[in-house]
Design a protein around this ligand. Structure first.
Ligand SMILES: Cc1cc2nc3c(=O)[nH]c(=O)nc-3n(C[C@H](O)[C@H](O)[C@H](O)COP(=O)(O)OP(=O)(O)OC[C@H]3O[C@@H](n4cnc5c(N)ncnc54)[C@H](O)[C@@H]3O)c2cc1C
Length: 718
């Protein structure tokens, strides 16, 4: 039943990502490099592709700043040559591009500290950068932030021969650390496809997962201590190498996964694991996803403590590697593939266990093809088809990358659903990932960036994830690309607390701005444009207003809810019988943190029995309020779709049942409308009332959400 291919006939596969970046350039590599450089220059500036993201109130670098940096470190490490700086402006996936003009390469914590202290005083924004392999646009600037690279902070300080505690600077490359640890009989607990390029500081800052998390846990488990530099230059020394320390808050752990927004990680202490004496890998081909799940269940049962990795790939992913990188697959084509690895201390014991497991798989007819390796070079070859998928996908053109957590029951369902939904726009839609951790990498590719395709994927995918109680980012972080979707996985109170932490650590917001947290509380508030309201709730009027708001004409009401998903729409001026507030100027302040929302973001006042307040009274009350103004929203018609969620649509359906029927359907995005209407009613008609209720719940300490202040735009301008 099982065709075990002999590893002797296995072809030598070309080098991995690490080789690409690190080996001396051969002619082929040189031409690849030139292609890469050309492609890099074609990446659109982030500020152009995402015009809604506005540059923060930061200073711009001038000659005096450069002179200061050159006093802190050697001038050769203050780089302003556009050719060099540009390559640090573009991310590895070539999806975002900053416009920084300065790259700093400090060599010590002291230098980082002096630079940050100065930047903080001058209000110069900075972007910490490691190996630049991050997949959410976090490690490159959005505008002109100064790039501070860890590439020259690469000293390995020490390793404890008994505990395996390794201390090093943030710029050490993961693979180098692993090689160093190997010399002392240890292994880095973390392993990922980008190991030849990513830095340990970047790993810690993203809380990177990787292929062995199922066995060794994530970095919250392995990192013993961190030294970090705060925005004001203060050095927080948490570089302990002990395992247990309950003396107060664990500050070091705040830096793990904070993606450079709370501090600059300068040194790391990490607990290495004993290097396994026996490693085995089985590469399996399976007929369907149910068999993948059954195999995983059996692997946990049969392999128990030696199971170190359980990865899955669908046919599309693997065939992309074959097609784009010309790698030969270790087994014939199958609908699904799995890589199961064991790490142990006794080769005979592990092999016995693995063979029993494979036997069981064959008897249960769960796999259709397979091969096995226990020799390091063969093992590394088997891993290539998994580890190089990201690289292979990139060669299609543009990758839409989603790294999500889902309960295993829905794990592959979403890949199929998205394939149906976006199939015609994409070159491929595939799924692979760390099955053992419930972490799916869902990827779609197209020749070039296609905004229409993005709208087909988002927020549809995130809504699905929220419904299934998953996470919008399993291991890559939020960076720039996913920050606006944080609310699908975190409650408003958690987000608010994060914001307070950010303010406490970095009051001027100079550390990696535009990353992790949305610009303003929960939403793209500056997309909120057109405001008119009445209490009229006739569905036809709703539809009209919805259409107007959607198309950006000036009379609809569009209001994004705090979860960024729903819309408040009432009616349009011409059709409203009694428009009471002509327009509303909207300002946002954070919601009080003690307000609870359910997973879908229901606001508490939705359930309030109190009728909304309307008319002049509201206007008067609103005028009297003085909320903290975060930004003034210009009341101008929007230029494009300003809301997320489905729009109204017309559908024609043909039904075949006992009889034959032809139906005309009108989709008005009922849920959004209903939710939106109720939301709008309270927030626009009764902005004050809503705010007061929140205020009361927050113990009188809330900042207000809305204020309506003038009769119309012209009067306001006057
Ligand atoms: C082929 C491939 C495979 C990958 N596989 C995995 C995987 O299996 N699991 C996984 O989790 N990720 C994976 N990644 C993503 C990426 O490698 C990780 O996120 C990695 O940890 C990023 O490290 P870096 O040094 O490249 O950081 P960068 O990309 O340079 O930066 C990432 C983020 O960390 C911040 N940062 C970097 N250094 C510091 C510092 N010293 N102090 C403060 N902030 C800092 C940056 O500002 C940015 O927000 C993969 C990427 C590629 C290209």
């Amino acid at each position: 039943l099982l065709n075990w291919y002999t590893m002797r006939t296995f072809p030598k596969l070309v080098g991995g990502l690490s080789d690409f970046f690190r080996s001396p350039l051969s002619n082929t590599r040189k031409s690849q490099w030139c292609q890469w450089k050309r492609a890099m220059h074609q990446v659109e500036l982030t500020s152009v592709r995402y015009p809604n993201v506005k540059r923060g109130p930061y200073a711009t670098v001038d000659d005096n700043d450069i002179k200061f940096f050159e006093r802190v470190m050697e001038p050769s490490r203050v780089m302003t040559d556009p050719d060099i700086v540009d390559s640090h402006n573009v991310d590895w996936l070539k999806m975002v591009r900053g416009a920084s003009q300065v790259l700093l390469r400090p060599k010590s914590t002291k230098e980082v500290s002096e630079v940050l202290k100065y930047c903080n005083t001058r209000r110069l924004a900075v972007c910490p950068q490691g190996g630049k392999t991050g997949l959410v646009g976090g490690g490159v600037p959005v505008f002109d932030e100064i790039i501070i690279s860890t590439s020259l902070m690469d000293d390995i300080i020490a390793i404890d021969g008994i505990s395996g505690a390794l201390t090093c600077e943030a710029g050490c490359i993961l693979e180098d650390l692993d090689n160093y640890a190997a010399g002392h009989g240890f292994m880095m607990p973390l392993d990922l496809g980008a190991k030849g390029s990513c830095h340990i500081g970047g790993n810690v800052s993203t809380n990177a997962g990787g292929i062995r998390l199922i066995r060794y846990g994530n970095l919250h488990h392995n990192v013993l201590g961190v030294e970090a530099v705060l925005a004001n230059g203060e050095v927080v020394d948490g570089l302990t190498t002990i395992r247990k320390d309950n003396s107060g808050y664990d500050i070091s752990h705040l830096f793990i996964g904070s993606e450079g927004t709370l501090g600059f990680v300068s040194k790391v202490a990490i607990e290495c694991v004993k290097r396994p004496k026996a490693v085995n890998v089985a590469y399996l081909g399976l007929k369907n996803f149910n068999n993948v799940l059954a195999t995983f269940r059996l692997a946990r049962e049969s392999l128990g403590e030696i199971l170190s990795s359980c990865e899955f790939m669908d046919a599309e992913s693997v065939h992309c590697v074959e097609q784009n990188l010309h790698l030969r697959l270790p087994i014939p084509k199958c609908p699904f593939y799995m890589l199961i690895e064991t790490n142990g201390s006794n080769a005979t014991h592990d092999e016995d266990k693995l063979m029993t497991f494979l036997d069981l798989l064959m008897r249960k007819k769960l796999v259709i093809e397979g091969t096995m390796a226990s020799e390091p070079r063969h093992i590394s070859n088997l891993w290539q088809t998994r580890e190089r998928i990201t690289e292979a996908l990139l060669l299609d053109g543009y990758t839409y990358k989603y790294d999500i957590s889902l309960p295993l029951t829905y794990f592959y369902q979403i890949v199929e659903e998205m394939r149906n939904r976006v199939g015609k726009y994409t070159i491929r839609c595939c799924g692979y990932g760390h099955l053992g951790d419930g972490n799916l990498h869902l990827n779609m590719t197209s020749k070039e960036f296609n905004e229409q395709l993005v709208h087909k994927i988002e927020p549809y995918l995130f809504e699905y994830i929220a419904r299934k109680k998953g996470s919008v980012s399993a291991e890559h972080g939020l960076g720039f690309k996913k920050r606006d979707f944080i609310h699908y996985s975190k409650s408003p109170s958690a987000i608010e607390l994060m914001r307070r932490l950010k303010n406490a650590f970095d009051p001027n917001g100079i550390l990696n701005p535009y990353k992790v947290l949305p610009d303003l509380p929960y939403l793209f508030f500056h997309q909120l444009q057109v405001n008119l309201q009445s209490r009229q709730r006739h569905p036809k009027l709703l539809l009209e207003a919805y259409r107007r708001a959607w198309s950006g004409s000036s009379n609809g009401i569009a209001l994004l809810q705090p979860r960024g998903e729903a819309i408040a729409v009432n009616t349009a001026l011409e059709v409203a019988p009694k428009p009471e507030v002509r327009w509303v100027e909207v300002r946002w302040g954070p919601l009080p943190s003690n307000i609870r929302h359910d997973h879908r973001g229901d606001l508490p006042h939705r359930h309030s029995p109190e009728p909304p307040k309307v008319g002049e009274k509201v206007e008067k009350e609103l005028q009297d309020l003085e909320p903290e103004v975060i930004e003034r929203i210009p009341l101008v018609p929007s230029r494009g779709p300003i809301v997320s969620g489905p729009g109204p649509g017309l559908g024609l359906g043909l039904g075949l049942g006992p009889g034959l029927g032809l139906g005309l359907g009108l989709e008005v995005a009922a849920a959004d409308l209903v939710g939106g209407t109720r939301q709008g009613e309270v927030e626009l008609n009764g902005g004050t009332a809503g705010a007061r209720r929140w205020d009361a719940m927050a113990g009188g300490d809330s900042r207000l959400d809305f204020v309506a202040s003038a009769r119309d735009h012209a009067a306001h301008q006057g």
